[in-house]
Design a protein around this ligand. Structure first.
Ligand SMILES: Nc1ncnc2c1ncn2[C@@H]1O[C@H](COP(=O)(O)OP(=O)(O)OP(=O)(O)O)[C@@H](O)[C@H]1O
Ligand SMILES: *[C@@H]1O[C@H](CO)[C@@H](O)[C@H](O)[C@H]1NC(C)=O
Ligand SMILES: *[C@@H]1O[C@H](CO)[C@@H](O)[C@H](O)[C@H]1NC(C)=O
Ligand SMILES: *[C@@H]1O[C@H](CO)[C@@H](O)[C@H](O)[C@H]1NC(C)=O
Ligand SMILES: *[C@@H]1O[C@H](CO)[C@@H](O)[C@H](O)[C@H]1NC(C)=O
Ligand SMILES: *[C@@H]1O[C@H](CO)[C@@H](O)[C@H](O)[C@H]1NC(C)=O
Ligand SMILES: *[C@@H]1O[C@H](CO)[C@@H](O)[C@H](O)[C@H]1NC(C)=O
Ligand SMILES: [Mg+2]
Length: 755
């Protein structure tokens, strides 16, 4: 074999030197080489990874080391893997004939790039087995050319910008097993009937599109189905009872955020392989089926929140008792809804009490309330004219009129906010901080948001509030929690953010769920936060200082990817040099000691706060803990201990023994540098980010990142389409597993296979 290779190499070399020796296969080789160089020319010139694609350096794609190219024994290219390319993405348009001479291709992977439409022709690729152009920028309809591939088994075009209907042509692809089309694509109804003609489907993902139709009962032919993901669409009607007895291999079913109605069919107890059963945010009714209890034995993850199901929820539902449990369920819906729907006193404070009344009584109450409201409003107007302190009046006067709402944020009416949060119902409350209370909200279009309502103490001038909105609207980064909009009606100051399903890091580190934070995840969070802060620090001059870096301001999305929150909030009135504020700039345990001494806040103060967060990630300990008798303060506890006794004496015991000790040692050094007493000794966030990136790039994620793709993969919604670098490094598999980790409570958080 080796000899044969060498012989071929020599032959090829000779061939290139001696034109008379040209053979047919050599010509083909030349065609294939030329095809690759064309591709490089069109989309890969900037990519250092393709530097190896060159005729001068070596004999040809199958002889030298052309990155991403695999050949078979007869020197034909069978695989082209251009996925990811560590940051230097392929960009632009592939020529239509890019692949027309690569007729032996069996596997084509261009995922995680920035390729744009039009899609190249694949018509000559009669041997193509798997096609992956996920995470690119293709738009328009699904390209017709993919339906001319008789041997296609795996198709991935998820996370593009594709639209329109899925053509019936898909039924040509008889061997198709994996169909990934979800994510940021927006396909529309009707679904092709032809899908039901594909007997081998194992995976189908169409999440996040715009399908408005019933779930096809015809799909019950897919006896090998393991994963069906249709969440966040507008599917209506009942759950097909036909599926139950056929989907015996189904392990993951995601139908959440649709408009499904009716009962959970009894026949679905036939889905005996189920590990994840996600139906939340639909209109399902009837009892919680008792057979679900059998899923408890396999530690399955079940999510039925926000339906109209009748409890009691079985004890073992991990999420049965969380705050969202009854946010939108029937119990809270019947709760004085009448008053809310034709609410005459939206302007007033939301009422949270209210007993069931007879119709007559209700009318009486409504009239009385209306009269009361009118009186209240009149009183309020009189009061605000006469008694509102000057500062507050001024605010209102200098307000809205001449201010232009910045692009990219939505101005919500108070009414919309009330609707989204059920009039700030207690059941929707998810937290409270210095700014005020935070509520879960569901917008008209179904989108989930976090609604932050300024409390009395955090109320600032309307002008300042608007300046803040203007600033926030300009900050866009994949590691910053996105501002969706705001509401400044009725003298309210409300900020509406993207909803981060997994809440804050504090909760995961210090409350029961630390199991989700394996050693790799913690480092990824550290990197992500560093990148988010670096963005803030380098976005503008003078730099934006976060001022309150701490675990409760680090939020986690459905993939457990972290984003920084509360940047730029209520900081305008926090100039500590001149003011006394009711809101501290920072939180005990995270505050830069130099700030205490000199009252001078700089980016280095954020670096200090960040360093404390790193220490918490490493040790799993609170920044201030009065039970830690050696020293309440984590920084003071950590440094001498680490220096004298080494990393093992400070590491979070929950990380177990299987983690890369040297990496954690390095991170501990970074943390100590960040928490240096003198700010001049602290590194910049940029330095920290690049250092962490370097450390992470040398690490292999633990085995739970490598579950078999066929049963554990998942696609995010539009929000998770931006993949963090740390995630994209591990490829789709990595990302997938992040979801898996969250969902499966059984995995071993500490297992780690050294290289
Ligand atoms: N966008 C969001 N998505 C999901 N949960 C959120 C979001 N924003 C805030 N929360 C939750 O609400 C809690 C309260 O947030 P808030 O920022 O008001 O207070 P805090 O972070 O605890 O303290 P501070 O006021 O010092 O920032 C957070 O800890 C978090 O759990
Ligand atoms: C494919 O090969 C043919 C002839 O062998 C050549 O004329 C053509 O330019 C090649 N096309 C590409 C895109 O390389
Ligand atoms: C997706 O397509 C829409 C409409 O065609 C366009 O407005 C939007 O900018 C596209 N997004 C990306 C990321 O290409
Ligand atoms: C299902 O999978 C089994 C085993 O992989 C295979 O033998 C069978 O042909 C498949 N059935 C269908 C209908 O695809
Ligand atoms: C389910 O989890 C429990 C404890 O969390 C464990 O003891 C049990 O072995 C798990 N069962 C399965 C089937 O994984
Ligand atoms: C291509 O390479 C990436 C990264 O190395 C890998 O994750 C992916 O599975 C490969 N694709 C195929 C089709 O083998
Ligand atoms: C692209 O899809 C193929 C086929 O499903 C798969 O083997 C490969 O791992 C995917 N690439 C990445 C980076 O996930
Ligand atoms: Mg906060």
């Amino acid at each position: 074999m080796k000899n044969a290779d060498r012989t071929l190499a020599i032959l090829t070399l000779l061939a290139s030197l001696l034109p008379p020796l040209i053979t047919l296969s050599y010509a083909q080789l030349q065609d294939e080489a030329r095809a690759l160089l064309n591709i490089k020319q069109a989309v890969g010139l900037k990519s250092p990874n393709l530097a190896s694609w060159s005729t001068s350096s070596n004999g040809g794609p199958c002889v030298g080391k052309w990155a991403g190219v695999t050949c078979d024994s007869s020197q034909r290219i069978i695989q082209l893997n251009m996925s990811g390319l560590s940051g230097f993405k392929l960009e632009g348009v592939l020529p239509n004939d890019a692949f027309s001479n690569l007729t032996s291709l069996r596997s084509l992977d261009f995922s995680y790039n920035r390729l744009k439409s039009p899609f190249p022709s694949l018509d000559n690729l009669k041997n193509l087995h798997d096609l992956n152009f996920s995470q690119n920028h293709f738009n328009g309809n699904l390209p017709q050319t993919i339906f001319n591939l008789p041997n296609l088994v795996e198709l991935r075009l998820n996370e593009n910008n594709l639209t329109g209907r899925i053509p019936e042509g898909i039924s040509n692809l008889k061997g198709l097993e994996l169909i990934w089309l979800g994510g940021s694509n927006k396909f529309e109804s009707p679904l092709p009937k032809g899908l039901a003609l594909l007997p081998n489907v194992e995976i189908l993902t169409l999440a996040g599109s715009a399908f408005e139709e019933n779930l096809p009962k015809e799909w019950a032919v897919w006896v090998n189905l393991t994963y069906l993901n249709l969440h966040t669409n507008k599917f209506t009607g009942d759950l097909p009872s036909e599926w139950g007895s056929k989907f015996t291999k189904l392990q993951k079913l995601s139908l959440y955020e649709n408009h499904l109605t009716g009962k959970i069919p009894d026949s679905w107890k036939g889905m005996i392989s189920m590990k994840e059963f996600r139906l939340r945010d639909n209109y399902l009714s009837g009892p919680v089926p008792s057979w679900l209890a059998q899923l408890a034995n396999v530690n399955a993850s079940v999510d039925l929140k926000c339906n109209y199901l009748r409890g009691p929820y079985p004890q073992w539902f991990s999420d049965a008792n969380t705050w969202m449990g009854n946010c939108f369920d029937s119990a809270s819906r019947s709760h004085d809804d009448k008053c809310r729907d034709d609410n005459t006193c939206e302007d007033g404070p939301p009422k949270s009490d209210g007993k069931k009344n007879s119709t007559a009584a209700i009318i009486g109450v409504v009239v009385a309330v209306a009269v009361f409201c009118v009186i209240l409003v009149i009183l309020y107007i009189l009061w605000s004219r006469a008694y509102v302190p000057r500062s507050r009046r001024l605010r209102r006067d200098t307000g809205a009129e001449d201010w232009v709402v910045p692009q990219g944020v939505r101005r919500f009416t108070y009414k919309e906010i009330l609707k989204a949060t059920k009039s700030f119902d207690k059941s929707c409350e998810i937290g409270e901080g210095g700014f005020g209370k935070v509520y879960f909200g569901k917008l008209e279009d179904g989108k989930h948001v976090a609604v932050k309502r300024a409390g009395d103490f955090s109320h600032q001038g309307m002008k300042e509030f608007q300046n803040e909105i203007t600033l926030l609207s300009r900050l866009h980064h994949r590691h910053l929690v996105r501002l969706e909009g705001f509401c400044d009606d009725k003298d309210e100051q409300i900020l509406v953010y993207e909803y981060m399903v997994n809440g804050n890091l504090h909760r995961h580190l210090f409350e029961k769920e630390a199991v989700l934070l394996n050693w790799y995840r913690r480092l990824e969070i550290a990197l992500t936060v560093a990148q988010g802060l670096d963005y803030l620090h380098s976005f503008a001059e003078p730099p934006i200082i976060h001022r309150d870096v701490k675990p409760s301001n680090i939020l986690l999305d459905d993939n457990m990817a972290a984003k920084v929150s509360d940047f730029g909030i209520s900081k305008a009135n926090l100039d500590m040099d001149t003011h006394i504020s009711t809101r501290p700039a920072g939180t005990a345990g995270y505050v830069d000691p130099e700030y205490f001494l000199r009252r001078h806040l700089t980016t280095a103060s954020d670096v200090y706060g960040y360093g404390v967060v790193l220490l918490e990630l490493i040790t799993g300990q609170l920044s201030i803990d009065h039970k830690r008798l050696e020293d309440y303060n984590l920084v003071a506890w950590f440094k001498p201990r680490k220096i004298k006794q080494g990393i093992q004496a400070v590491i979070d015991p929950r990380l177990g023994s299987n983690f890369p000790v040297e990496a954690y040692d390095e991170v501990a050094e970074i943390a100590m540098d960040c928490t240096a007493f003198e700010r001049g000794d602290r590194p910049t966030m940029k330095f920290v980010a690049s250092k962490l990136e370097q450390i992470l790039s040398g690490l292999i994620p633990p085995p739970e990142h490598f579950q078999p793709v066929s049963s554990t993969t998942s696609e995010g919604k539009a929000s998770s389409m931006q993949v963090s670098p740390a995630t994209s490094r591990t490829g789709a598999t990595g990302e997938v597993l992040l979801t898996y980790i969250k969902l499966d409570p059984t995995f071993n958080a500490t297992a780690f296979e050294p290289r």
